[in-house]
Design a protein around this ligand. Structure first.
Ligand SMILES: [Mn+2]
Length: 467
């Protein structure tokens, strides 16, 4: 009786945690994830099993974690957004029940959920994600599976720095259980390579559902860039410009940003992954903004460079125009069949020739001094998305085109060029026989950037108390 009563109290308290209302309605569907698992299974070798873990939680400060971000492969294959989970995908149907996939999730826990949020649990994973075989993580240990009977176990790199959670069964336990059950003492390189080959080939081609979300993510990032171009002035701080991007993203329903925003003025714009964004005054300098939203998991990646006072100097304009022309030349070869590597080659040729013409370099090989990064990367659930970089462009690939020129102070060229940093980055979708620039809503031509920068933004009207 006592046990029954306890059980009753337990269920009562769980039921008090109401399911969430007013959620977005345009998440990827459970059919999408199921179909992706099917596609994954088709690429598995004969008699094999794939094992996919969620990402770990990470400490922000003492007992406070960073906002959790799911392993994009796990999200792609399941839609599950919580930590402490493992997915098994079998090439062939298993057991008398003929199941070919199993998901182990975080157990529901009334007291934990009142502290750290709702959990989907076993029932939620069945009803919301469409799985048939779902168990709590703690059941993985007793789950009847003989890993030795498979010819191949396919898994990604196993993280070695997972901490053990004090409360309940967690990722640490799932990984240790897997290693014991599968007798894995050291990671098998061919298992990891195969896992990545499969996920690369799936994720480099976007489905229509993914393209819809990416269109949205890129579109609202363009709106944010345009708003900041209008709002920014010499007295604004880098961090405030960053904050306007963030506000606009959230206004349109994005969860946040797909990567730490880079908002750097003048010399800071010459630091490739500048992330401090802490200059209190942008001044009469160029502001380089590499900021993209994350919308339902999908990242945009857009860079615009704008003169804070609304007008490019002659030197700034010359560098900007060269980056623009490099982008235009790369766009011309954005179509099915072009080797991915050619995008980088083409942008390098154009920038090298231009820098020689401007007298900034004399040897084309020196282009790498001022243009040290690649031109393009795949874009999707990861900002630097999975894909095969040695392949040719195919329909429904999405990638960036982002040439740039960065001339820090004390560079070996006329000092009139110093502290000019320009990058223009757009997100390109390959169509049947051409391309579509998903980020065309934000201006790239210097004349259009200047025209927009001269306009006022709704953010210029906001009044706050002085402190
Ligand atoms: Mn990028």
């Amino acid at each position: 009786m006592k046990q029954f009563l306890l059980l009753f109290v337990f269920f009562l308290s769980l039921s008090q945690i109401q399911s969430q209302e007013n959620l977005p309605t345009d998440y990827l569907s459970k059919e999408f994830h199921k179909e992706r698992r099917e596609a994954f299974r088709n690429l598995l070798p004969a008699n094999s099993v794939a094992v996919v873990f969620s990402y770990p939680e990470r400490v922000f400060s003492k007992d406070i974690n960073y906002n959790f971000h799911q392993n994009p492969d796990m999200y792609y294959l399941t839609g599950y957004k919580e930590p402490d989970a493992v997915l098994l995908i079998f090439k062939d149907a298993q057991g008398t029940e003929k199941y070919n996939e199993v998901l182990f999730v975080r157990e529901r826990n009334a007291s934990q959920e009142t502290w750290t949020g709702r959990r989907l649990g076993v029932e939620g994973a069945k009803s919301k994600l469409g799985f048939t075989n779902v168990y709590n993580g703690k059941d993985f240990n007793d789950f009847a599976i003989d890993f030795k009977k498979f010819d191949k176990i396919v898994y990604d790199k196993i993280p070695t720095d997972i901490r053990k959670n004090r409360t309940g069964f967690d990722l640490f336990g799932l990984i240790e259980t897997f290693k014991t059950k599968a007798s894995i003492a050291a990671e098998n390189e061919s298992s990891v390579e195969l896992f990545n080959n499969i996920t690369n080939s799936l994720r480099e081609i976007k489905t229509p559902e993914e393209i819809d979300l990416m269109r949205k993510s890129v579109k609202l990032s363009c709106i944010a860039h345009n708003e900041v171009m209008k709002a920014v002035g010499p007295d604004m701080s880098e961090n405030e410009a960053d904050g306007i991007h963030a506000y606009v993203h959230r206004h349109y329903g994005a969860e946040g940003e797909g990567y730490p925003p880079i908002v750097g003025a003048g010399a800071n714009g010459c630091i490739l992954h500048y992330g401090e964004n802490n200059s209190t005054k942008i001044d009469n300098q160029l502001l380089l903004m590499d900021v993209g939203s994350e919308y339902h998991g999908y990242s945009a990646d857009v860079t615009r460079t704008v003169p804070a006072n609304g007008k490019f100097s002659e030197e700034q304009k010359a560098i900007y125009q060269l980056v623009y022309e490099a982008q235009e030349e790369v766009f011309k070869i954005c179509k099915p069949g072009t080797p991915f590597q050619d995008l980088n080659k083409k942008s390098r040729e154009v920038i090298a020739a231009g820098l020689i013409k401007l007298g900034i370099i004399t040897d084309p090989k020196d282009v790498r001094i001022y243009y040290p990064h690649g031109c393009s990367h795949f874009l999707g659930l990861d900002v630097h998305d999975k894909g095969n970089y040695m392949s040719k462009l195919k329909e429904n690939m999405v990638f960036t085109v982002e040439p740039g020129i960065y001339i820090p102070a004390n560079s070996k060229c006329d000092k009139k060029w110093w502290n000019i940093g320009v990058r223009i980055e757009d997100d390109i979708l390959i169509t049947k026989d051409n391309y579509e620039n998903l980020s065309s809503e934000s201006p790239r031509k210097w004349q259009d950037v200047e025209a927009l920068a001269k306009q006022k933004s709704t953010f210029n009207e906001m009044k706050f108390p002085k402190i």
